[in-house]
Design a protein around this ligand. Structure first.
Ligand SMILES: [Zn+2]
Ligand SMILES: [Zn+2]
Length: 458
């Protein structure tokens, strides 16, 4: 991977995008950027720096209809961009699978680039996403326009229908996410008419590392307080500060391990899923060298190699970025503290009123739950070994939570702002007051309970 020789962390976001003229849909442009909203402004002439090909006023405004995210760096994105722009030349696409074949030649004898249509770009995208040089990267395809998504699906099903053994690989190697413009009625229902609608498309993409805040904070905590323990894979001790250790990204799990061990383990997971339970040495040897995903041996939750590498490179190469993230997190927690207290108070009264009406649920009353919370907090604070008990108490909650649910989170925010607001600060509040992040997480689970008594009943 190009990023391993670089001294920079893996970027929070790097994309290759497809730009379309809203005035003339046949005018298309492919580019790469770490900041799609800013790049779009450049293409539309709102700020300096747009490409010459998009400078014609009659074609403006442009829109980004789709993009691929997850590139480990600008070089990787440029390679992909170039291959997508020049499918007739790219060495990434074997000659026999090329869909765009150059029929004309330029004056200098070089093949002329065939005109790109949305259909041909999507077809080439489909091919590129599964050629070996790109298939191992944690790429995601985002589609922001329904008709482009329909075209993509049409191409996918067509190629599946004429499937050879390799033609159906794209689903495995790329995650497809859609985020279309909300309908006018949905916006009208969400709030006052003068309020801006919920962000969608490129404006809803996280441009920085903020979705990784909790993960980065947890890892920082583990290594600062030298809690590496033993490698979760090979079970030998991890001496502090003596190697590259990666950490599980599931919320309550502190499993750390040698980079090589994690890699071997994840490759083994992949080989096992591909070949059933029979994963012989032969299949492991045939397997690629860069893993993609698998299960954490400690918590059983899903882990994604690309996310682990992002955290690791951030920790090793950008301590100031890590510090910034954690500071921002603490600030947010502090600000949320007050709101949480109020929300909890309101919820408390609501629950009291409710439990007066129902019968026989004494144990679930807010008073009892609060007692449990205080007891758990004290227990967690006294010893570190006790913490493990808390962890064991709530394994389901942790393993069921993969860190990346950006889309879902955004949707929740848009549809039920009060719910999200109430849940988050409570967790945050617990964190600031607790000694370590894990103590915080553990008590957060308990604090959540009095607000949602029905969870305990179930
Ligand atoms: Zn190991
Ligand atoms: Zn884990």
């Amino acid at each position: 991977m190009a990023s391993t020789v670089s001294s920079r962390p893996i970027p929070a976001l790097y994309t290759v995008y497809i730009l379309r003229s809203t005035m003339r849909h046949a005018s298309l442009y492919i580019g790469s950027t770490p900041d799609p909203p800013r790049r779009l402004k450049q293409h539309n002439g709102a700020i300096k720096g747009g490409a010459a090909r998009t400078a014609r006023e009659s074609l403006r405004p442009w829109e980004i209809v789709s993009l691929v995210s997850g590139f480990p760096g600008p070089v990787a994105a440029l390679k992909f961009e170039w291959a997508l722009t020049n499918p007739h030349l790219s060495l990434h696409i074997p000659t026999e699978s090329r869909l765009s074949v150059a029929h004309q030649k330029k004056k200098n004898g070089h093949p002329r680039r065939p005109p790109a249509s949305m259909q041909s770009i999507l077809a080439n995208l489909h091919l590129l996403l599964r050629v070996p040089s790109f298939a191992r990267w944690p790429l995601r395809l985002h589609v922001f326009v329904p008709e482009v998504y329909a075209a993509w699906n049409k191409w996918t099903s067509q190629s599946a229908a004429t499937a050879t053994a390799t033609a159906d690989g794209v689903r495995e190697t790329v995650e497809v996410l859609t985020d279309f413009q909300p309908s006018a009625s949905a916006i009208a229902g969400a709030g006052a008419a003068d309020e801006p609608g919920p962000a969608w498309g490129i404006h809803a993409l996280p441009l920085d590392y903020s979705p990784m805040r909790d993960y980065v904070d947890k890892a920082q905590d583990i290594f600062t307080f030298e809690r590496e323990g033993d490698c979760t894979v090979c079970h030998t001790a991890l001496p502090p500060g003596q190697g590259l250790y990666a950490v599980c990204h599931n919320t309550l799990c502190e499993a750390a391990g040698h980079l090589r061990c994690w890699s071997d383990h994840l490759l083994e997971c992949e080989a096992a899923t591909k070949h059933g339970s029979d994963h012989s040495h032969k299949s492991l040897q045939d397997a690629p060298l860069v893993p993609k995903r698998g299960d954490c041996p400690a918590c059983g939750g899903p882990v994604v190699w690309g996310d682990m590498m992002k955290e690791l490179t951030l920790r090793m190469r950008a301590p100031s970025e890590v510090e910034k993230l954690i500071k921002a997190k603490r600030r947010q927690e502090k600000a949320a503290d007050k709101a949480a207290a109020e929300a909890e108070k309101a919820a408390h009264f609501a629950v009291v009123a409710e439990s007066r009406m129902s019968t026989g649920h004494d144990a679930e009353s807010p008073k009892a739950a609060k007692k449990t919370k205080t007891a758990a907090k004290t227990a967690a604070k006294t010893t570190r070994t006790k913490r493990t008990v808390n962890e064991v108490d709530t394994p389901k909650k942790s393993s069921a939570k993969p860190t990346k649910i950006t889309k879902t989170t955004r949707v929740t925010k848009a549809t039920s702002p009060t719910l999200t607001k109430a849940a988050k600060p409570a967790k945050a509040r617990a964190k600031t007051k607790a000694a370590t992040s894990i103590v915080g997480e553990a008590s957060a689970v308990l604090i959540d309970r009095p607000k949602t008594p029905e969870v305990i009943v179930l």
